[in-house]
Design a protein around this ligand. Structure first.
Ligand code: IMP
Ligand code: MG
Length: 179
């Protein structure tokens, strides 16, 4: 990929970690009413792989929120573009995210979901950039802690591009500096 300056995580590394996360979640959710909520669009590949590594019955739904334009910085203004269709009262809800950066998106989302009275509410993120956090959020399940670099691939985009890449890499600065 000529737009990538560096590959951070190979498809094999991602798959191995997703399997571990699935095993952990399987252990923790025995006998629970697991509802997985994937956050579109970035979490789609991760969620699709993760649910097939979770060996307890589950239901899933999808939500779309928006806090970013074609920019690498968050605006902090979160909007629900698509809500889930199922009720969450009494359910054990696991939110699946692609990346936690400032935490502003998830902070808003968790408050919103908590108001629907789930039995439990936890977060599984593939990537975490803790150095950029503006609100305190600690995901219960965390694939990889990464440095403060803008990454793309495996669902993560820059201006809707690169989501289809099987690996996660750092975009060459000139790809977005030229815009
Ligand atoms: P937060 O609200 O700052 O935590 O931002 C979370 C959202 O920002 C993620 O769901 C991504 O859509 C986007 N985002 C944050 N960092 C990156 C990155 O390095 N690459 C691609 N998208 C990112
Ligand atoms: Mg995005």
């Amino acid at each position: 990929m000529k737009e990538l300056a560096e590959i951070l995580l190979t498809p094999e590394q991602i798959a191995a970690r997703v399997q571990e996360l699935g095993a952990q979640i399987t252990k923790d959710y025995q006998g629970k009413n697991l509802v997985v909520i994937g956050i579109l669009k970035g979490a789609l590949p991760f969620m699709a792989d993760l649910i097939r590594q979770i060996k307890v019955p589950l239901r899933y739904d999808l939500m779309a929120v928006s806090s970013y334009g074609a920019s690498t910085k968050t605006s902090g203004a979160v909007q629900i573009l698509k809500d889930i269709e199922m009720g969450l009262e009494g359910e054990d809800v696991l939110v699946v995210e692609d990346i936690i950066d400032t935490g502003l998106t998830l902070n808003y989302l968790l408050r919103n979901l908590q108001a629907r009275h789930p039995a439990s509410l936890k977060v599984c993120t593939l990537l975490d950039k803790p150095s950029r956090r503006e609100v305190e959020i600690t995901p219960e399940y965390n694939g990889f802690v990464i440095p403060d670099r803008f990454v793309v691939g495996y669902g993560l985009d820059y201006a809707e591009r690169f989501r289809e890449l099987p690996m996660i890499g750092v975009l060459k600065p000139e790809v977005y500096q030229g815009k």
